[in-house]
Structure formats: structure tokens, C-alpha cells
Design a protein around this ligand. Sequence first.
Ligand code: DC
Length: 231
Amino acid sequence: MKKNTDAGAKLLLITIDGPAGAGKTTVSKVLAERLGYKYFDTGALYRGVAYEAKKNNINSGDDAGLERLCATLRLEFIRNEKGLRLFSNYFDITDEIRTPDMSMIASAVSASMIVRSYLLSLQKELGKEKGAVFEGRDMGTVVFPAADVKFYLDASVKTRAIRRYKELSGKIDSLTLEEIENDIKLRDENDKNRKLAPLKAAEDAVIIDSTDLEVESVVDNMLSYVQGFLE
Ligand code: DC
């Protein structure tokens, strides 16, 4: 497998879309690492807006408030020894945005045209340099319709809920598996049925069901497909 660092290696823009808990973040990180690419978790950007909206008492239906917020908001990805971190107005908010509360608010603000168009230009800017894996909900359909390789990663609701439960255990002790499953169902509903950039597989995306697959198998499947675009 050619790496980004190899002289003359072709650089691709790869997108991975899919619902919450399908394993996009883990898979994107490993895939990017194996290719020597950068990876971008675009859900973190929606969570960043959610975090600032909550802090400023702006709700998801308050267009004027969201407009004001986006006009001055500075969201930035910074890679440091802790990995990919999200900074908002120069503060590292990476840990604060990973709560069930932030998940629900992110899903709600992501239906706003103001928020989506603010983040669309930010994401397009980040994607100017190829050699990157972008994960989210509308990467292959709206943000990068001309991406070189597109994947749609899915898994059953039960499996996704169990993964989230394990991820959150020790951090948030008040949520049961059933509550997490309900949150996931609700977010699926919001993300798939919103008018703007709803969650769906791009027509040219390769669909992978990760219900019974380990991360390594998913990445191996993806790499063998990607290989065809590198030759
Ligand atoms: O991937 P995540 O669970 O961190 O994303 C949080 C929310 O952000 C998700 O429920 C919907 C929204 N989102 C989006 O609308 N478009 C994206 N490209 C990424 C996330």
C-alpha cells in the first residue's frame, strides 16, 4: 500500500458517512493512519456549534441567535500529542462535546440552514488538500460530491447502542443501554428526515454493514477497494 509520504503517491479524498455508533470515527482514524492520510471528524464541528449554542442559551430554532453565533465562532482542528482536538475560540473543547446531551443538541442544530452553510464552507476549505478521510453524515452527498472514494458505514441499532454504551461506560454512569438505544433511534430519525443534507448513502458509495465485523476487517475491506483507485 502506497503512503501519503511516498513520492509520487496519488492522493485521494475519501468520505465515510453513516449513522451514530456505526464505527465511523474508529474506522476513519485507522484507515487514515494506514494510508498516511489526515482524518476529519465533521460531527465534532456540529458538536462544537452545539456546545457554544448551549453556553450562550441559544436554542436550535433561534435563527437570529445561531446567525450571531456563527458570525463570530472560530472552530479549528488542531493535531497535538492527544490526537485530533477541536478548539472553539482558542479553547480545547474536545472532551466537553462528547456527552449524550451534546449529541442530541448537535443533531438538533444540524437541521439549521445557518449552521449547515457555516460548516459547509469550513469543511470545503479543509478538503482543499487531498490525502484525507472525512467522516460525517453528508460527506459524499453534499460536502464532497466529487470525492474519489465514498463509503457508507452502517450497523444494526442494537449493535450501535452497545458500542456507544461501552464507549461511555465509566464516563457517564447515569445512562442505561436502553436509554442510549432510544437516543440513537431519535438521532437517526432527526438525521435521516431533516430537509437539509439528510443522512443517506451517496449513489456511488460502497455500503458496508459493520454489525458483525471487527474494525480491522472493515478497514481491510475499505483498503482493498481504495487500492484500485491508487493504481
Ligand atoms: O458523528 P456525530 O455523532 O459526532 O455527529 C453529531 C451530530 O452532528 C449528528 O447527530 C448529526 C450532525 N452531523 C451532521 O449533520 N452532518 C455531519 N456531516 C456530521 C454530523
